[in-house]
Design a protein around this ligand. Structure first.
Ligand SMILES: [Zn+2]
Length: 50
């Protein structure tokens, strides 16, 4: 099931799998916010995309 993370900066990050979502959000966190994001935090922020 696709999931989406709404970053506080306004970006919306969407992926079809948890692994992909975690990878994209971690990359976003690093590139845009210079922050490490934990997998559990990504999944806690994730919401179903429909
Ligand atoms: Zn962001």
């Amino acid at each position: 099931m696709a999931k989406v993370v709404n970053c506080p900066c306004g970006d919306v990050i969407k992926a079809d799998t948890d692994d992909e979502l975690v990878r994209l959000v971690q990359q976003h966190g690093k590139d845009v916010h210079d922050q490490e994001v934990k997998r559990e935090d990504v999944l806690a922020m994730a919401q179903p995309a429909d």
